[in-house]
Design a protein around this ligand. Structure first.
Ligand code: FAD
Length: 410
């Protein structure tokens, strides 16, 4: 056993002691992809206009093609025993977030239709649309953001009603017909081939009912807004989806009103757990930049790492990343192996990792001094990217109220 006084050199993912050979190989493959493809392309896209990001000659498309070559598919992951699947998801998605937070979300959002179809047992639709791999999750509406992630009312003000939704499906004979719109926040909205649409269910009763429909986005009546210009995660294209009498066979109804809460809770549980893993990776990237810079930058004739306070600050960044990772892995494992996944665990993981990535990125900017706020160095982008993560997949405050309700006996 190594003596306690020895300095232990840790791997990039810190206190990982028990990864098996397959997990190590997947981690290395994903890290190579993250460093050689996601990171440089993410930095390039960050400087481009939203319309250029989705243009035919954009480097964005290389992300999809090279990710495809990595051979990581949801179908393969679903074949694994639950605990192995949880561990691999954590290992791989942390590396994606480490490469580029916005592009990790792009790849995650692409899988959301398949994740929902798997969880609702709709292998028929999975097979039918296997040739349309770029997916999106359409839930947020212009007038309903937080409301849409809380149909069970965990965070709703007592006695309040949120009003009519902006997008509805209704049955017409053996068809389902969709009208309305989703907000500009739909990740992959401008480029997706299919949308898993969470919308109102209009049966003429006037009651607030909701449903989930799989919508191929090349159907007549579907149109898209201009890609959104925003502060962070600029590599991730986002934009509105409009539906004008979009008609589909009834079998595209994935969840009716009776199954809606199960579908909503299921997708939020999965998405928040993945966010916990990905934004741990983004926090790690910020820590790593600060660590390297502290060894290079000299002040007072010595590298700044020689100043005790710099080591103190770096250590807290290290500890925050480790803590976020530990919770992210624990929540993911629980969801995969327990008889029923726990949304409150996923929420705890998402809130912790996104806040950590923001705080650690802010500390990294401080470590770089004036260089930290210039676009010539990578850390200001990490701060902008992390800021959005505290809103996407649910504002952290609303999620915390929801989590608080879920852990209460009220
Ligand atoms: C980068 C990014 C990616 C996204 N990706 C997608 C996507 O793929 N698909 C999609 O459909 N949407 C997506 N969204 C939208 C996201 O889910 C919403 O922005 C989020 O749910 C908040 O909704 P809102 O923006 O309308 O804010 P609002 O709901 O209007 O919230 C405004 C403020 O009010 C607070 N608030 C609201 N309700 C409550 C409450 N009940 N209790 C306490 N406080 C409350 C919030 O915390 C917030 O501070 C994305 C957003 C971002 C930023």
């Amino acid at each position: 056993m190594t003596g306690y006084n020895a300095r232990v050199e840790l791997e990039p993912t810190g206190l990982d002691a028990d990864l098996n050979e397959i997990e190590q190989a997947m981690q290395l493959g994903a890290r190579r992809f993250a460093s050689k493809v996601l990171r440089p392309i993410g930095q390039q896209l960050d400087q481009m206009q939203p319309s250029e990001v989705i243009a035919a000659d954009s480097p964005l498309w290389q992300v999809f093609s090279e990710f495809g070559q990595l051979g990581i598919t949801l179908d393969d992951l679903m074949e694994l025993p639950a605990a192995d699947r949880a561990r691999l998801k954590c290992v791989i998605f942390e590396e994606l977030g480490y490469g580029d937070g916005g592009l990790a979300v792009l790849l995650g959002a692409s899988m959301v239709p398949s994740i929902v179809l798997h969880s609702m047992g709709r292998t028929d639709l999975l097979q039918r649309y296997a040739d349309k791999p770029i997916g999106c999750w359409g839930i947020t509406e212009p007038d309903h953001g937080s409301d849409m992630l809380d149909s069970s009312g965990h965070a709703r003000h007592p006695g309040a009603a949120h009003g009519r939704l902006n997008c509805h499906a209704r049955l017409q004979g053996d068809r389902i017909v969709i009208n309305g719109q989703k907000s500009a926040w739909v990740s992959n909205g401008p480029i997706a081939q299919v949308c898993i649409l969470f919308c109102g269910f209009d049966d003429g009763s006037g009651e607030d009912k909701r449903c989930v429909v799989l919508v191929p986005l090349d159907l007549p009546g579907v149109s898209r807004g201009a890609p959104l210009d925003k502060m962070g995660q600029r590599a991730l294209p986002q934009g509105e989806l409009f539906f004008d009498n979009v008609s589909l066979p009834l079998d595209h109804l994935v969840a009716g009103p009776e199954d809606y809460v199960r579908a909503e809770q299921g997708v939020l549980t999965e998405a928040n757990a993945l966010m916990g893993v990905m934004w741990t990776g983004a926090a790690r990237a910020a820590y790593e930049h600060a660590y390297e810079y502290a060894h290079q930058r000299k002040q007072g004739g010595v590298p700044i790492i020689q100043h005790q306070n710099v080591r103190h600050r770096l250590f807290h960044m290290f500890a925050r990343v480790e803590a976020a990772r530990a919770l992210a892995r624990r929540a993911m494992l629980f969801n995969e192996v327990a008889p029923q996944p726990a949304l409150q665990g996923s929420i705890a993981s998402k809130i912790t990792a996104t806040q950590t990535s923001f705080d650690v990125a802010s500390q990294a900017v401080q470590m770089f001094g004036g260089n930290g706020v210039t676009r010539e160095y990578p850390v200001e982008k990490l701060l902008r990217d992390a800021r959005s993560s505290m809103i996407e997949d649910g504002c952290n405050e609303m999620l915390a109220i929801k989590g608080g309700t879920l852990i209460s006996r009220i």
